[in-house]
Ligand binder design. Sequence first.
Ligand SMILES: O=C(O)CCC(=O)C(=O)O
Length: 296
Amino acid sequence: MSSKRYTKNNKALTDQQRDFYEQNGYIIIKNNVPHHLIDELCTRFVEICENRVPYEMPLIIAKDKSLLEKGYTGQHAVNKFQDILHDDVFFKYACYQAVGDVVESIIGPNFSGVTSMFLNKPPFGHPDLSIHPLHQDLYYFPFRPINTIVGTWTAMEDVNEMNGCLFAVPGSHRREELYEHDYPKQERRNRFYHGVQGFENEPRVNFIMDKGDTVFFHPLLLHGSGVNKSRSCRRAISFHFADSNSYFIDITGTIQEKIVKEFEPQYKFDYMTIYRRKGRHVRGNKGSFLNYQSNL
Ligand SMILES: O=C(O)CCC(=O)C(=O)O
């Protein structure tokens, strides 16, 4: 009998790496994605930003208003692409074996991509729009079980405190609690970027990573990112994977109702349809999660 609660097997993680994830709620894998794939993904990102190639829904482009106001264009005005799993180039990241093998070690062999983003942090924007407030990704996920969801975030250039790397509160996943989130009290805010309050004195670690390193993290891990104070874009690709037999929950009256109510009108579908449209099976058994039958 395994005594591990948050990881599944040793396909790609050693016992020590699994223990680290169990304890801290994340693990950084060095050189996880090769530079040639990173460069291909960045090229696709830049070409779409510059309107040089077509792209298809459900990919959404979110721009930084403070940079648009200053006249920036192309990747220098974009803060993310959302829902990129159905783009054949970006999907290569989800299918990349070394990424999938670690995902499999954490959540098991049958999984689907549920969220997918190309995250950009251009320089020279308003600091309120450059940060990502401390939050838990589970807040955005109206499905369970919790421990068979994992986030991945791969650095597309070297990241550190200067260009707005991720930071996290190690071990916060072990409290097994989803906290209240809301918009931060600040002058400007990015749509849907809710955060938690009251954790200012918690010890944080910065995820200082090189291009091609990936951090795999638990959906209850408190994390965020700082301002990009450098002179170039800080880019990353970040997906979430969930067991293909996950199930939707009724979020009525829960902490998650606020955010789900906020994003349903934007997508013009109910939340189950939203996730089924943007999700995509990746590895192993297809399961029932992304089928069009309600589990409620
Ligand atoms: O890439 C970043 O700056 C933060 C991303 C993040 O925390 C998220 O999308 O949940």
